[in-house]
Design a protein around this ligand. Structure first.
Ligand code: HEC
Ligand SMILES: [Cu+2]
Length: 356
């Protein structure tokens, strides 16, 4: 009894819960506070996402009208024909076989379903049967547990986790067509402001396209449970002006100059450690003996803002932590902790920092 009476003050607790919920909503809607970070399906910047939003509103409007009509009739009947105190208990008159009524409630729903079907079929056609213009950018996306590989076959560029595409001017569209493959299990590509979800399935190439008409960073997430670190398999799409994109491509096409050619002794030592340990079995650095494909291509590691598929910002401290103990950032990631000396980790980090 005493406990019941000692008045628990719930107000602060409720405030904390509300604030947390709001913060979570906010974070998912606007990322780091910039509108372009938003992942809201309600603010599309690309034709497929735009068509999907239009279709959703159309379906919502029709079903909304049906809901309002049915709910009003229901409430009206429940109130009007409720049992009253002076009720004589007799059944109301039973009416059978009204052809008009039967026809109406068969034909009208059939028509509604046909309209919804045609509207959806039209959008599916617009998105899936879009023709690829000659100047489209082509990217092959390979889903891995738990990161994204991006290959630009026309441009000779290979990178990871951060997709760069040019903005597409509606007057002179330069869309990007993605071929979706998987190296292991099912993943799903979903950047809500750019397009709907498409799965990456082993041995079954899928495709999708985007034509973002605003520059900015658009975020997404692997949308198909693919293992322990599925939640840290984040998507980052950088939509750039054509000039910025071309500059990025040109930089990515370069081989990085060997660290041994630079004056930094630690980096040169780190390069030797890198090339004599298992790193090279899983990672590629173009122009060196490292040509593994199990992990991300590291040729231009430092051109990326994040490491480990968006799990951490790409800072020297995070890089060192990552190679020493990947599980500290991404428990269950498929990169093993390498068990080297502290000095070797310092050297390796110095080397990685030269991979511009
Ligand atoms: C058994 C294969 C394997 C070995 C060996 C390995 N890695 Fe990795 N590495 C991976 C995988 C897989 C990832 C991606 C992990 C993820 O994001 O889930 C990765 C990610 C990385 C990243 C982050 C890249 C990015 O852009 O996100 C760096 C840096 C890296 N490894 C460096 C190294 C270094 C240095 C060594 C050697 C000391 C090494 N790795 C050894 C498989 C390996
Ligand atoms: Cu995945």
């Amino acid at each position: 009894m005493e406990i019941l009476h000692s008045k628990l003050n719930w107000q602060p607790a409720i405030k904390v819960v509300a604030a947390t919920l709001l913060a979570a909503l906010n974070a998912s809607a606007v990322g780091q506070g910039q509108p372009s970070d938003s992942t809201s399906i309600l603010s599309p910047v690309s034709t497929p996402a735009d068509s999907i939003r239009g279709l959703s509103f159309f379906v919502l409007a029709i079903t909304g009208v049906i809901f309002v009509i049915v709910a009003s009739l229901l409430v009206y009947s429940a109130v009007k024909f409720r049992r009253r105190r002076n009720d004589d208990g007799r059944e109301p008159p039973q009416i059978y076989g009204s052809n008009q009524l039967e026809l109406a409630w068969t034909v009208i729903p059939v028509l509604i379903v046909v309209v919804l079907f045609l509207a959806a079929a039209r959008i599916i056609h617009v998105i899936q049967d879009a023709r690829k213009p000659a100047n489209a950018i082509e990217v092959t996306v390979v889903g891995h547990q738990f990161w994204w590989e991006y290959r630009y076959p026309q441009l000779g560029v290979v990178t990871a986790n951060e997709l760069h595409v040019p903005v597409s001017d509606p007057k002179d569209p330069t869309p990007t067509f993605l071929t979706l493959l998987s190296a292991d299990t099912d993943h799903s590509y979903w950047v809500p402001r750019l397009a709907g979800k498409t799965d990456l399935i082993p041995n079954h190439p899928n495709s999708m396209w985007i034509d973002p008409h605003e520059t900015g960073l658009y975020l997404g997430q692997c949308a198909q449970y693919c293992g322990t670190q599925h939640a840290k398999m984040l998507l980052r799409v950088y939509v750039q002006s054509r000039a910025d994109f071309d500059r990025w491509v040109e930089a990515e096409q370069q081989q990085s100059s060997p660290a041994s050619a630079q004056s930094d002794q630690a980096a040169a030592d780190g390069e030797r450690v890198f090339e004599t340990t298992a790193c090279i079995n899983c990672h590629a650095v173009r122009g060196t003996v490292a040509n593994g494909r199990f992990g991300p291509d590291l040729t231009h590691l430092m051109s990326r803002d994040t490491i480990a598929s968006g799990a951490a910002p790409n800072t020297p401290a995070n890089l060192r932590l990552w190679i020493q103990n990947p599980d500290a950032i991404k428990p269950g990631s498929l990169m093993p902790a390498m068990n080297l000396s502290d000095q070797d980790f310092d050297r390796l980090t110095a080397y990685l920092l030269t991979l511009h």
